[in-house]
Design a protein. Structure first.
Length: 361
């Protein structure tokens, strides 16, 4: 039986009259890696700090291991936090930084030695224990910060954007290392990030937040394939989903767009029936669009082509659509700006959102 390590029920947080967290409901099973993701200011770091006990909550209930901890001080919650800034003591060597919490608890010297040696080997830090933080690279310092949390053997690990200060290549390496470490320790972890790629590649469960509310939560691929609304659809996935304003045709099985400024309207078969006349957004992921040299499917003209070697990012101006549509295509491109083309997409990859509510249909 899977037990919830963390239970958050209708949690709210206000600063005076400003409500920054609104009726948050999240359950984190034991051993699960949960990512809180969203744009800056969405409340994800504030939520993490309420779990840690660094911020009091205004309403709702927060449980750790079944115990209500609303008013329990941080030191008694048995959680460990890893910060973006590493927060290492500059005057202590790596061994003393990692053992600091154990020494505060007056752990036996043998216990401290065994804990530090084991964690240092796991993180590849055993040859760096006598060095000072200033002598380490950013990636090494982040591993020390994680090691300091691990030696405590807490109930919950909390990560507050720990990779934001690292360069792109090191971020990729460190997210793999954190995921491997999580699998090895089977520890319950809550990870805050603004980077949806980090969330998708690392987490078992992703919580997408906006303006202090949970927009959707679930397995990473569930959010990718079945976004609940236009915001989640546009936030999850890279490059971002394309959106086209359209109206459901009289047959209810096609979407009609364009044709407002004298151009010919285009239609797209949806493969399902929706109420005729509904005003909608059509969502098309760049990686699901197929480019055809002949003018079939959606008609358009190549605007720009950007290649990274393995991938091509192609902007297409569709007939009767104002904003270009982005396509992501692997392999050799072989086309250039100004060429007339057609676009196709399988109906199962077409997303439809209500124009007013922005909810998925």
């Amino acid at each position: 039986m899977v037990v919830d390590r963390i239970q958050i029920e209708r949690l709210s947080k206000s600063y005076g009259a400003v409500q920054v967290l609104k009726d948050i409901d999240i359950s984190v099973p034991e051993g699960c890696f949960v990512a809180l993701v969203g744009p800056s200011g969405c409340g994800k770091s504030t939520l993490l700090r309420t779990i840690a006990g660094l911020e009091p909550i205004t309403g709702g209930t927060l449980r750790i291991d079944g115990q209500v901890v609303n008013d329990v001080p941080p030191r008694k919650r048995d959680v460990a936090m890893v910060f973006q800034s590493y927060a290492l003591y500059p005057h202590m060597n790596i061994e003393k930084n990692m053992s600091y919490s154990l020494r505060l608890r007056r752990a036996a010297p043998k216990v401290i030695r065994e804990s530090i040696d084991g964690v240092a080997r796991t993180l590849g830090l055993d040859h760096l224990l006598e060095r000072m933080p200033r002598q380490l690279s950013g990636g090494q310092r982040q591993r020390v910060a994680m090691g300091r949390a691990i030696v405590r053997n807490p109930k919950v690990f909390l990560f507050d954007e720990p990779l934001s200060n690292l360069d792109a290549a090191l971020r990729v390496h460190m997210r793999t290392e954190i995921r491997k470490l999580h699998q090895r320790l089977a520890a319950t972890s809550v990870y805050v990030t603004h980077d949806q790629i980090e969330a998708m590649t690392m987490a078992d469960h992703v919580v997408v937040m906006r303006a202090g509310e949970v927009e959707q939560q679930g397995a990473p691929l569930t959010l990718y394939h079945r976004p609940a609304n236009r915001f989640v659809a546009g936030f999850i996935g890279s490059p971002s989903m394309n959106f086209i304003e359209a109206v459901i045709g009289p047959d209810g099985r096609s979407a009609r767009f364009g044709g407002m400024q004298g151009g010919a309207a285009q239609t797209l078969d949806l493969g399902r029936t929706l109420p005729a006349g509904s005003e909608v957004w059509i969502g098309l992921r760049p990686e699901h669009l197929q480019l055809h040299r002949e003018a079939r499917g959606l008609r358009g003209v190549i605007d720009t082509v950007e290649t990274t070697g393995s991938m091509n990012f192609i902007a297409v101006k569709l007939d009767a659509v104002a904003a270009p549509v982005m396509i992501a295509q692997a392999g050799v491109c072989g086309i250039g700006s100004g060429e007339a083309i057609g676009l196709g997409i399988a109906s199962e990859h077409i997303h439809v959102f209500d124009r007013k509510t922005e909810r998925a249909l």
